[in-house]
Design a protein around this ligand. Structure first.
Ligand code: AMP
Length: 555
């Protein structure tokens, strides 16, 4: 027998507004710090729902956002899917041709945009008006005076759009399979692929990630997602935080480390989340400025590997890092690197080794690791293969992309493209992406491991490693290093190479170290190796000769 209702998002908001009515939602906006409580939030989502209805938005229609993290964007998180429409969050940092493709592919009918992003959007729209044909109205996220002079038509401001409407709305009872969200993932090649999230996927993700084995969110938390709300629902945190009845803090447009530090201090943030790059910035900031981080208990770091050195650094500051792994296709959380109770007594080195892994799957997920021959690899922490995963919040297809579906899904499993090991305790470690592993003389070299080793050096701010074509060994690793402020640039290259040689097989030693000012990043803050590959697609950068032992067996 089914339950009396399906698994949908609305009850989270219903409960928070009644049982935690005075908990705050705080947001740094173009107009400064704004704050209100859950009761007000609930009323405003109802006003938004009424406004959408008046604008002719119906169940199944897509409503897009091109916005940073703030309270109005959060209102769309419950307001849009609550009506049965689908919230499509768009990454504003994408190149124009991707924005154009995404809006046309999703057939968005209404589009919310931040004042500071309206010009970029207008540029993309005027460059290819056909791709924005489905959009019937643009709404700027602010008051009437925030509407910029840009060529988007018709253009309204959010407060006028919702303001005149009733705070009563008759929320429909929705089926669990109703599409509620959508996000595009930018693969390494080809056009972005759309992933749809149903009501029940987002519900299940929120329930699982709220637990201590997930992101461990409770009513006494003050949660600040720095991960953008356009990147897989800010890792689901706006939903989870509401489900828990906790306080929300949204850091607004392009927050810098000082903004984040101020918000942590002033709003007494207990839990925050974002990609490693954000935390490199915060750590640098607190070295120079006096900052009170005493309220901060935990940081979720994911999207890219959290270097062990970063986990240690935050431990020294009394902040626990929860290293998490996930994907757009998975709503997004898959694993979190919590220690098992019996590991708390281990010595520090062993504990850090475990915590730097991507960790244990959140309850509800199942996975296999499949090698090149299509066989399951043993859980020995050594042998690796591609991670295949399935679960209630893992998608089974891309939106209108049959050729990609063929490649990335099999028998109901998502083929993640991540190359991993699983150790005997069940902890997953990502050793590479299928497309990033380096093959030298027929043997794998993990670019991720080399990167982590390089970044553990005190004078290396950031580092990435790519494979460049090589006549004899097919590919050889080359390291790109951003030297730290006090680095001895003359000797740093040799130093890091010696360090790697001491720790890894000789043939893992990169053939060259190239200094760069910064590692290029994708629109979601991940290292963009594609750019480096294009820029350095030239064997001349391999100044050093590959060692004779550039493959195993010759060592
Ligand atoms: P996206 O869909 O843009 O969120 O990217 C998902 C991909 O990011 C995964 O398949 C991984 O390759 C990578 N990723 C996410 N979290 C981590 C992590 N903690 N460590 C290493 N790679 C990660």
């Amino acid at each position: 027998m089914p339950g009396s209702t399906d698994q949908t998002l609305r009850p989270f908001c219903w409960r928070a507004a009644r049982m935690f009515a005075d908990r705050e939602i705080v947001s740094r906006t173009h107009a400064g710090i704004e704050r209100y409580d859950y009761a007000t939030y609930d009323n405003r989502t109802a006003q938004l729902a009424n406004a959408l209805e008046k604008a002719g938005i119906e169940r199944g229609d897509r409503v897009a956002t091109v916005c940073w993290n703030h309270h109005r964007h959060f209102e769309t998180y419950f307001g849009v899917p609550g009506t049965g429409a689908q919230l499509h969050t768009i990454n504003p940092l994408l190149p124009d041709e991707h924005l154009q493709y995404i809006v046309a592919n999703a057939d968005d009918r209404l589009l919310f945009v931040d004042p500071s992003l309206a010009e970029k959007l207008a540029g993309a729209a005027s460059d290819d008006p056909g791709s924005f044909e489905s959009v019937e109205r643009f709404v700027v996220m602010g008051e009437a005076d925030s509407v910029p002079d840009v060529d988007l038509d018709p253009l309204t401001d959010y407060e006028s759009f919702v303001g005149e409407h009733s705070t009563d709305y008759d929320w429909p009872r929705l089926p669990g399979e109703q599409p509620a969200g959508m996000c595009y993932t930018s693969g390494t090649t080809g056009k972005p692929k759309g992933v749809e999230y149903t009501q029940e996927m987002l519900w299940a993700h929120a329930m699982a990630t709220m637990t201590p084995q997930g992101l461990d969110i409770d009513a006494d938390d003050v949660v600040m997602p720095v991960v953008p709300m356009f990147h897989v629902n800010a890792w689901g945190m706006p939903f989870t935080t509401t489900a828990a009845g906790a306080k929300h803090v949204y850091p607004g447009p392009s927050p810098d480390p000082a903004d984040l530090a101020d918000l942590i201090e002033e709003e007494e943030v207990t839990l925050t989340a974002g990609v490693p790059t954000v935390w490199i910035g915060l750590l640098e900031h607190i070295e120079e400025e006096e900052v009170d981080l005493s309220s901060l208990e935990r940081i979720v770091i994911g999207g890219s590997a959290a270097p062990e050195s970063m986990i240690r650094r935050f431990d020294d500051l009394g902040v626990e890092v929860m290293h998490a792994w996930g994907m757009t296709e998975m709503s997004p959380i898959g694993s979190v690197s919590h220690l098992k109770p019996e590991m708390e007594d281990w010595d520090a080195e062993r504990r850090y080794e475990k915590r730097a892994k991507q960790g244990l799957m959140v309850p509800g997920l199942e996975f296999n690791v499949i090698d090149d021959a299509g066989e399951k690899v043993p859980w020995d922490g050594e042998e690796f293969g591609e991670l295949w995963i399935r679960g209630p919040w893992v998608t089974t297809e891309y939106y209108e992309r049959p050729e990609a579906n063929e490649e990335d899904f099999e028998d109901g499993w998502l083929k993640t493209g991540d190359i991993v090991t699983i150790d005997s305790d069940g902890y997953m470690e990502i050793v590479d992406r299928t497309k990033d592993v380096i093959k030298s003389g027929g043997e794998w070299i993990s670019s991720v491991e080399l990167e982590n080793a390089l970044m553990a050096h005190n004078d290396v701010a950031e580092a990435t490693v790519i494979g460049v074509p090589h006549e004899r060994w097919q590919e050889r690793p080359v390291a790109f290093v951003v030297p730290g402020a006090n680095a001895d640039r003359e000797n740093l290259g040799e130093e890091v190479l010696d360090m790697i040689e001491a720790e890894y097989p000789k043939w893992w030693r990169p053939d060259d170290v190239v200094y760069i000012d910064e590692v290029p990043k994708t629109a979601t803050g991940k290292f963009d190796k594609k750019v480096l590959r294009e820029e350095y697609d030239d064997e001349s950068i391999v100044e050093g000769e590959a060692p004779e032992e550039a493959a195993p067996g010759t060592d």
